[in-house]
Ligand binder design. Structure first.
Ligand code: NAI
Length: 453
């Protein structure tokens, strides 16, 4: 009999399992594939490994602007993939060891809820039955695949790929078309463009980067147009052929003959085959319904991570897992989605937290906006020849609390958490000004914005 059984060993599951075990719970983690989930095996980590190689290659190609000369920088995609596999293997192994050390038992098989009895819940995995007083669902998400004619055939033939296959695509496509100008689409477009593919991004909306502040998204698009990425906005894919993609834009139908197609139009929670119906867990639009304590509609069952469809990000998943376990232990804790930072690891990087100009306008918030060029930072100027990075700060006009920060430029991913603290803690500008930022750093421009708003 376990105190807690977790289904799914991605960021929500492995972190919550370790956290629960450290708190004294007898914990079992059931994972059908590799520990680490999408994030470690086919998402965040492999992508960042690829993007770092691309960044090095781009830096080498532009080194002469900094007084450094190379003769013939080149990139070996095969070697990049090999290194990516090594990084992933190390991290997956590390999670296994950490869980073992924490006392978490693991089963490498798909688990299914069979029902609830006096002894708690029954989970079947690998032909065995396990009893758990509490359940945490952490089964994550999978690529959403729209019912576009020809797409399933294209996926079966290997012409079309999702985030999973593209990370192991051995051949560098001469022309890659990406359906979806969101996070995955932009990061993969960034990598393949850097290593020499011709890249076209087809996006249904009239802008890229989804909910990112529009001004910031537009700067990103400008950077990528300069690098040669072709954007087709307001374009809807109508069908996929054996070597082409057809789409409609401004009432006209266009066809592009390409070598490879990446489908990155969002993700959907994994809820099938989990036996949710055996205990009556409520789902809505394919996601497990949770409240702010991560409780599902069934007492004793919690859900954290992409499976609840709230904010499909690894760092949200970590926090949701902690909130769930804290509540299981009787420690009151609630999830605050207002201060979840998000990052697009393109070059330049984009990072945001809290309100954007668009969400503030939608909510009718009265805001003061301060937008500063990162070129105010000595460090940024020293390291970014011709850079056009920007930080944008949104402050509540009446209470002068920090409502949101959006930025584009180097290191944005590394200092956005400073802004997240301001938003999370509802800091007033005058309080935030007292925070000492190290000098010289790019992040100092945020401090500058706090003084000018
Ligand atoms: P997304 O939701 O970020 O972007 C999908 C884009 O596809 C949207 O802009 C949408 O308008 C567009 N779209 C939808 N249907 C379309 C169609 N038929 N034709 C053309 N465009 C269409 O989804 P994405 O990029 O697949 O990422 C999935 C999830 O993975 C996201 O929730 C994201 O948060 C997460 N992720 C996070 C990363 C990060 O934090 N850096 C990196 C990669 C993924």
């Amino acid at each position: 009999m376990y105190d807690l059984i977790l289904l799914g060993g991605g960021p929500a599951g492995y972190h919550a399992a370790e956290y629960a075990a450290h708190a004294g719970m007898k914990t079992l983690l059931v994972e059908g594939r590799a520990l680490g989930g999408v994030c470690l095996n086919e998402g965040c980590i492999p992508t960042k490994t690829l993007l770092y190689s691309a960044k090095l290659y781009e830096s080498a190609s532009h080194a002469s602007e900094y007084g450094v000369s190379f003769s013939g920088a080149s990139i070996d995609h095969g070697a990049v993939l090999e290194r990516k596999n090594r990084v992933v293997k190390t991290l997956v192994g590390g999670i296994g060891m950490t869980l073992k050390k924490a006392g978490v038992e693991t089963v490498n098989a798909y688990g299914e809820l069979l029902g609830r009895g006096k002894e708690g819940f029954t989970v079947r995995a690998d032909g065995k039955e396990y009893q758990g007083a509490k359940i945490l669902l952490c089964t994550g998400s999978t690529a959403a695949l729209p019912p576009i004619p020809g797409l399933s055939e294209a996926l079966a033939s290997g012409f079309a790929m999702t985030n999973r296959e593209i990370l192991d695509c051995k051949k560098v496509p001469k022309h890659l078309t990406v359906i979806g100008g969101g996070v995955i689409g932009l990061e993969m477009a960034s990598y393949y463009r850097s290593i020499g593919s011709r890249v076209t991004v087809i996006e249904m909306l009239d802008h890229i980067a989804g909910p990112t502040d529009r001004e910031i998204g537009a700067i990103l698009q400008k950077n990528y147009i300069k690098k040669g990425v072709d954007f087709r906005l307001g374009a809807k894919v109508t069908s996929v052929g054996a070597d082409c993609v057809n789409f409609e834009t401004s009432g006209k139908t266009e066809s592009l003959k390409v070598d490879a197609l990446l489908v990155a139009i969002g993700r959907r929670p994994v809820t099938q085959g989990l036996g949710l119906e055996s205990v009556g867990i409520l789902t809505e639009r394919g996601a497990v319904v949770t409240n702010e304590r991560m409780e599902t509609s069934v007492a004793g069952v919690w859900a954290a991570g992409d499976v609840n469809g709230k904010s499909m990000l690894a760092h949200t998943a970590y926090r949701e897992g902690e909130v769930a376990v804290n509540n299981m232990l009787g420690r009151r804790d609630v999830m605050n989605y207002r201060a979840v930072p998000s990052v697009i690891y393109t070059n330049p990087e984009v990072a945001s937290v809290g309100e954007t100009s668009e969400t503030a306008a939608e909510k009718g918030l009265d805001v003061l906006t301060e937008k500063l060029s990162l070129r105010y930072s000595g460090r940024y100027l020293a390291e970014n020849e011709g850079g056009d990075g920007v930080v944008k700060l949104l402050v509540d006009k009446e209470h002068r609390t920090v409502l949101g920060v959006s930025m584009i430029g180097s290191y944005a991913s590394e200092f956005i958490y400073g802004a997240a603290m301001m938003v999370e803690r509802e800091m007033r500008v005058e309080q935030a000004r007292k925070v000492i930022f190290p000098h010289p750093t790019v992040g100092e421009v945020l401090r500058e914005a706090l003084f000018t708003v």
